[in-house]
Design a protein around this ligand. Structure first.
Ligand code: UDP
Length: 369
C-alpha cells in the first residue's frame, strides 16, 4: 500500500515526522513524503532536524501569498502528482491550507484521507481563519480521523457520528518533543526570562502593535524582566518587531531549531504565545502559558490549569504577566499539571490505525488519558 504524507509548514513537519517514522517501520506500507513548502524556510529547518527528505517537493511558497493562492497552487501541483503516484491513502495533519487543499484533491480522486490531530474546534470560522474552516473541511472528508484528546473526539462524534474509523491517539507533538530534547537555549539565562512567540494572522496590524507596546511597557516597569522572542520570518511581523521592540532586555532571535526552542521553553519562567503547538508544548513541559487569542480550539490548555486566555486585550496581558512575575505560588500551581496530550505513542497508534484500515493488524486501542 502506498501512503502519501503531505506537509507544508513547520508545525506539520514537527508533528508528522514521528508519524512518518512509525509508518516506515510497518511492513506492507510504502510511505512517501510530499512537501508543498507553503512556508519554505521554517519547513526546511524542521525537516532537516528530523532527517526527513521529501520524496516530492512542490516548492510553492511565494512572497505575499494568501491562503486562497496557496490552496490554488497546492491543487494544481498535487493533482498531477496523485495521478502519477496513485497512492492508496493521503495523510494530512492539523488545519493548514496545505492540509485542506491536499485532502480535497485526494477526495476528488477517490483516495481515502487520514487526518492527524482531527476534531479541534474553535466554533468560529472567523477565528482562527482559515484554520477553523480547514479543520471542518478535512474532518468532513476524512475516512480515518485521529483526534488527540477526548474533547476533539467528542466534537467529531457530534458532527458525524459514524461512517469512518476514529482512534483517539494523543497528540503527536508529545512524540516529537520527546525525540527532540537535549537542545541548547541561546545565550546566558537572564534572571527572569519570559518567552514570546506571536505570529498569527488575527493579530497582524493594530493588535500586534498594541501588544508590542504593552511588552515594552512591561519590560520598562519590571526591572529584572527579560523577554526572548524568536520572531516569525513573515515580513509583516519581523518589520514591526524590529521597529517597536527596541530594548536591551528584549532579545529578538531568528527562528530557533526545534530542540533549542524547547530548551528555551524549559528555561523560561512562563510563555506568552498565540501558537497552537507552543501552547501544547508548554503544557507538556509544565510551563505556565498566557494565550494571546480570543478563542481557543485547545480547551485542555485552560482546563489543565496551565494556561490563561488573555485575548488581544493589552490590559489583560499586562495584568497576568505582572501576576505571574510576582506570584511564585501561582506559577507553581500552573506548572504542576497532568499532561492532557498523550503518552508519546500517538504516532504508533496512527500507523497501526492506518495498517488496520488496510486489513493488516488489529485496531489499536484509544489512548486513555
Ligand atoms: N518552534 C520552533 N522554533 C521557533 C519557534 C517555534 O521550532 O523558533 C516550533 C514550536 O516548538 C512548535 C511549532 O514551531 O512546535 C509551532 O509553530 P507555529 O507557531 O508556526 O504554528 P502553530 O503551532 O501555531 O500552528
Amino acid at each position: 500500500m502506498k501512503i502519501l504524507v503531505v506537509m507544508g509548514t513547520r508545525p506539520e513537519a514537527i508533528k508528522l515526522a514521528p508519524v512518518v517514522d512509525a509508518l516506515r517501520r510497518r511492513k506492507g506500507l510504502r510511505t512517501y513524503v510530499c512537501a508543498t513548502a507553503q512556508h519554505r524556510e521554517l519547513l526546511d529547518q524542521a525537516l532537516a532536524l528530523f532527517g526527513l527528505k521529501p520524496d516530492f517537493d512542490l516548492d510553492l511558497m511565494r512572497a505575499g501569498q494568501t491562503p486562497g493562492a496557496v490552496a490554488g497552487r497546492v491543487t494544481r501541483s498535487l493533482g498531477p502528482l496523485l495521478g502519477r503516484l496513485r497512492p492508496d491513502m493521503v495523510v494530512v495533519q492539523g488545519d493548514t491550507t496545505t492540509a485542506a487543499a491536499a485532502a480535497l484533491c485526494a477526495a476528488r480522486r477517490g483516495i481515502p484521507v487520514a487526518h492527524v490531530e482531527a476534531g479541534l474546534r474553535s466554533f468560529d470560522f472567523a477565528d482562527p481563519c482559515p484554520e477553523e474552516l480547514n479543520r471542518v473541511l478535512i474532518d468532513s472528508i476524512a475516512s480515518l480521523a485521529f483526534p488527540p484528546t477526548p474533547a476533539a473526539r467528542a466534537n467529531l462524534a457530534r458532527e458525524k457520528p459514524g461512517g469512518r474509523l476514529v482512534i483517539m491517539t494523543g497528540n503527536t507533538v508529545v512524540d516529537a518533543l520527546r525525540s527532540a530534547e537535549g537542545g541548547k537555549a541561546p545565550g546566558r539565562r537572564p534572571s527572569r526570562e519570559v518567552l514570546i512567540t506571536l505570529h498569527r494572522r488575527e493579530i497582524h496590524g493594530k493588535p500586534l502593535r498594541r501588544i508590542y507596546k504593552t511588552l515594552l511597557e512591561l519590560v520598562r516597569r519590571h526591572e529584572n524582566l527579560s523577554f526572548v522572542y524568536p520572531v516569525h520570518p513573515n515580513p509583516l511581523i519581523l518589520k514591526t518587531a524590529k521597529r517597536l521592540l527596541r530594548h536591551p532586555r528584549i532579545r529578538l532571535l531568528a527562528p530557533q531549531p526545534y530542540p533549542d526552542f524547547l530548551a528555551l521553553l524549559k528555561r523560561c519562567l512562563f510563555v506568552v504565545t498565540d501558537s497552537g503547538g507552543v501552547q501544547e508544548e508548554a503544557v507538556c513541559l509544565g510551563k505556565p502559558v498566557l494565550v494571546v487569542r480570543e478563542k481557543t480550539e485547545r480547551p485542555e490548555v485552560l482546563s489543565s490549569g496551565a494556561g490563561r486566555l488573555v485575548g488581544l486585550d493589552p490590559q489583560k496581558l499586562s495584568f497576568w504577566t505582572g501576576r505571574l512575575l510576582k506570584d511564585a505560588a501561582l506559577r507553581r500551581r500552573m506548572s504542576r499539571v497532568r499532561n492532557p496530550y498523550g503518552d508519546g505513542r500517538a504516532s504508533r497508534r496512527v500507523a497501526a490505525g492506518i495498517a488496520h484500515w488496510f486489513g493488516a493488524g488489529p485496531k489499536p486501542g484509544d489512548w486513555e488519558p
